[in-house]
Write a protein that binds this ligand. Sequence first.
Ligand code: C5P
Length: 236
Amino acid sequence: MRRLISPKLILALDVDTLVKAERLVDRLYPKIDTFKVGSYLFTRYGPRVIEMLRGKRAQVFLDLKYLDIPNTVAKAVSAAVRLKVKMLTLHISGGRQMLSAAVVSAKKEAGSGNAARPLLIGITVLTSQKAGKEKVLSLAKTGIDCGLDGVVCSANEAGFLRRRIKKDFVIVTPGIRSSGSAMDDQKRVATVSQAVRAGSNFLVIGRPILKAKDPLKTAEELIGEAYGAGDQGFNY
Ligand code: C5P
């Protein structure tokens, strides 16, 4: 089986100041061109983080993991579209009504303005939590069924989802670690090659790059590993 888009590394900008975030982007862009902004940095600095990234032509993965009543999530999604993010996350466990409201809102906002519709990515089960594959599959099916573009899952479930869901959808996998390195608080981890071979499109990497002595060198090695893994074919 061939994948439609080549795998891409996304850096989780899990640092505590805007200055540190900007330094990292200056160091890593364009080797890495998409950066994940999570709740900590966004709560601290708000849209300034996104403006900083867009000012450097980098793309933004807004990972605020929306989970609320449908009307509130729909409004948050439309505000995110106006910020021109490339992708954003919401919890599939929020239910069908919430997911459908988000999809409608993203389409409407993108249709009325000059922003492209971001990829809507559903969280199945956090990679820091233990979960059975069937649970992840059932959440992923619900998300895709409601019109989401893809899901976040660990690399351990990615191949299983590819085999069981026959539609085209995006898989985002955090919890990437080199073999033998620290797992930190992650429970379901995999290496870059395992994730790519399992069918992941976007690999979210934080601490392995953030804590590296030379983040650029580490990023280059991981990108090399991702391309090499694609050449070996896919195991789903
Ligand atoms: O440092 P590490 O590589 O573990 O970072 C993983 C990133 O992916 C963190 O920013 C975390 O919030 C995020 N994430 C995750 N599990 C999910 C969704 C997002 O670890 N299911």
